[in-house]
Design a protein around this ligand. Structure first.
Ligand SMILES: [Zn+2]
Length: 269
């Protein structure tokens, strides 16, 4: 019993530490890029990787792919971009509706990194209409698609450049529905919007040798292998998925996100 309370207390302390007291891990990011380069890895944006995969140009190469899902704190993108610029590398950034920051997005584009849309219309409409099952949400795909296309077009207009890729965001509603946000995306939508790829499509994900996702303190990465270990073990294609909140604590964004999650959780039932 005491052990259980102790474990719980440590869990809460780690969560608070993750949410509010990670000051800045930008040196860790720089270390990843530097170590990859020192080990003869090419650091590529997903757009280049997608082209190379489709044209069978991956054999014999060592590649590091970094996807940044900007679920919160878009200002942190500037820290990542500064390191990218220092080493002359390009990566891939995906912005949600709630993190659209056009000056930052233009900077991503100007540095020739990928600037894409991190979409979640399926979860948003499910929460708005209190839809709790896969069967019911599937009925609404035409409406979800319309909303996606509208949002996509608006973002592209504001950006002033073509958005070439999209990445599905994961919400608690997707877990309840047992349906990821990307389920409603079709070839026809991709064509209509002029989107080259969805980051989860098979040509991309089946070519990863290892996929590593960041997480909160103290582990920092999910699974058994850290990024530096993966480089050390010379995995040919390393894909890492990272989020600002695990690299810098933003009180504003953590309070906003945690508050939103509680309110949505109460309403969505
Ligand atoms: Zn996300």
């Amino acid at each position: 019993m005491i052990q259980k309370i102790q474990r719980r207390a440590i869990g809460i302390i780690n969560r608070i530490r993750s949410d509010f007291f990670i000051f800045n891990r930008i040196a860790d990011y720089e270390q990843i890029i530097k170590t990859a380069r020192d080990n003869n890895y090419e650091v590529l944006p997903l757009s280049d990787f997608f082209n190379d995969a489709r044209n069978n140009r991956l054999a014999g190469r060592k590649i590091l792919l970094i996807r940044h899902d900007i679920d919160s704190d878009p200002a942190y993108v500037l820290k990542w971009l500064a390191v990218n610029q220092k080493y002359g590398v390009r990566t891939s950034f995906y912005f949600r509706l709630c993190t659209l920051d056009y000056p930052v997005m233009r900077k991503v584009h100007d540095q020739q990194s990928d600037c894409g849309y991190h979409y979640e219309e399926l979860a948003t409409i499910a929460k708005r209409k209190k839809i709790l099952t896969k069967k019911e949400i599937e009925q609404l795909y035409p409406e979800i698609r319309m909303e996606f296309i509208n949002n996509f077009n608006k973002i592209e207009q504001e950006c002033g450049f073509k958005i070439r890729s999209i990445a599905s965001h994961g919400d608690f509603a997707n877990r309840i529905l047992n349906t990821p946000n990307r389920e409603f995306i079709t070839e026809a939508i991709m064509e209509q919007c002029g989107i080259d790829f969805e980051t989860y499509q098979p040509e991309i994900v089946t070519n990863y040798s290892i996929n590593i996702t960041d997480c909160g303190y103290p582990n920092l990465y999910r699974g058994d292998t850290s990024v530096l270990q993966a480089i050390d073990q010379q995995y040919p294609v390393i894909h890492i998925l990272i989020h600002p909140k695990h690299w810098r604590s933003s009180w504003y964004w953590n309070i906003y996100e945690n508050g939103k999650r509680i309110i949505e959780g109460l309403k969505y039932r």
